[in-house]
Design a protein around this ligand. Structure first.
Ligand code: ASP
Ligand code: MG
Length: 405
């Protein structure tokens, strides 16, 4: 059986018009002799009635008194409704199909309700259904525990449902259909010369996704990578293969994407940089500060520990809480609010001299102060002011010639 997994996101199944485009892709796959597993997200975005955030709104959002387990029961309905509506429209087009829940699809998860992890997939049932039907429509974002309790697997989780099913069923491809045609070298709303990436490695996409690129969930990419199942990120409304995510042989050096140091640029905004200087008892300070942040449930990033003190970033929204905690420790932090973290990602930069130099040169030439920086063998990060973000990304995009294939 040649199997294709096609995942349609919330905007792709929002209304009948959008679903018609989605159904066209299902028809194409059937015509190419595929058995198709469709994975759907909940329909639309808030305030569409059956979108995940709308369902959450029914019980008071973050203020809800529900148990996580009960909340999962509610949120899973969004995808369940979507799967049935989609299956109905496939049938109306004469395509034999059936809608099933994540549980019926055999998706077994941990019992960390609201953010469960997929442990394994029992594929027998879905395989049997695929023998009979052309299409099985699976509700994304959900599974069940060993005790048959309904779980959801974290926001944006339908991507992960799709790649996990792709791996379990040994699909030829997992197609992630969305409202953009693939993954771009940078956010096209910010960078006019941003270009679609034709082919990219799992690791580069994972890094970009973890650093703020929103097109695909990084966990979904990690799962596909483990079994080497290719993913395509495609537009529902276009007939284009989008971006292919696959493993690329880095050692050959043949592939054109390795001619460039940098594959893409991602960013995260609304960060606050915290700096605490202390020369007398630096080690005590190190321990004290990070223990206090951890106890307050504040996630820290861009951490720089030195004998002079500590520097790190948090999201703006945690600033008040962080200040309270630090004041209790009688520390005097210096804050820079509204920062943005830019990440330049590319497997090709590993071991190559000159990448950092180009970044520093570009930003300095454009009078953009670098507040902090860090690097790994595949990513270089710089922290700047939010207000310089657009300029910085555009200039870096140009400097690394990302507009060119
Ligand atoms: N509907 C869920 C969410 O909004 C899952 C998904 O769309 O991937 O997070
Ligand atoms: Mg999504």
């Amino acid at each position: 059986m040649d199997i294709l997994v096609q995942k349609f996101g919330g905007t792709s199944v929002r209304d009948e018009d959008s679903r018609q485009y989605a159904i066209k892709h299902v028809k194409d796959a059937i015509q190419n002799n595929y058995k198709v597993v469709v994975v759907v997200s909940a329909m639309g975005r808030f305030p569409d009635p059956y979108a995940t955030d709308s369902l959450l709104g029914l019980v008071g959002d973050q203020r809800t008194k529900l148990l996580d387990k009960e909340q999962d029961l509610l949120l899973s309905c969004g995808e369940t409704i979507s799967s049935v509506v989609f299956s109905n429209e496939l049938k109306q087009e004469g395509i034999s199909s059936i809608a099933i829940t994540g549980a019926e699809a055999g998706i077994i998860t941990t019992d960390h309700f609201t953010k469960a992890q997929i442990k394994r997939i029992q594929v027998q049932h879905i395989q049997a259904l695929l023998q009979e039907k052309q299409v099985v429509v699976v509700a994304g974002f959900q599974g069940k525990t060993e005790q048959n309790e309904v779980t959801t697997i974290g926001r944006g989780g339908s991507d992960t449902s799709a790649t996990a099913l792709g791996v379990a069923l040994q699909a030829d491809y997992v197609d992630i259909f969305t409202d953009v045609n693939g993954i771009m070298t940078a956010d096209p709303r910010m960078v006019t010369s941003a270009r679609k990436i034709e082919k990219v490695s799992y690791t580069d996409i994972c890094n970009l996704a973890y650093q703020g690129a929103k097109v695909i969930h990084p966990r979904a990419v990690e799962i596909a990578m483990q079994a080497n199942i290719p993913i395509r990120v495609r537009s529902t409304r276009m007939n284009d293969d989008g971006t292919l995510i696959t493993s690329i042989n880095t050692s050959s050096g043949q592939d054109h994407i390795y001619d460039q140091f940098v594959t893409g640029i991602a960013y995260v905004t609304d960060l606050t940089q915290i700096k605490i200087e202390e020369e007398k008892e630096p080690q005590e300070l190190h321990v004290k500060v990070f223990r206090a942040m951890a106890e307050a449930g504040i996630s820290v990033d861009f951490i720089n520990i030195s004998p002079n003190g500590v520097i790190y970033t948090i999201f703006n929204k945690f600033e008040e809480l962080a200040l309270e905690v630090l004041e209790r420790l009688q520390l005097k932090p210096t804050l820079i609010r509204n920062c943005a973290k830019i990440s330049l990602v590319g497997a090709g930069m590993s071991g190559l001299p000159g990448v950092t130099s180009k970044i520093v040169h570009t930003l300095t030439n454009n009078n953009i102060p670098i507040l902090q920086s860090a690097d790994s063998h595949r990513t270089i990060w710089v922290l700047i002011n939010n207000k310089n973000l657009k300029n910085a990304i555009n200039e870096l995009h140009l400097a690394f010639q990302l507009e060119k294939v």
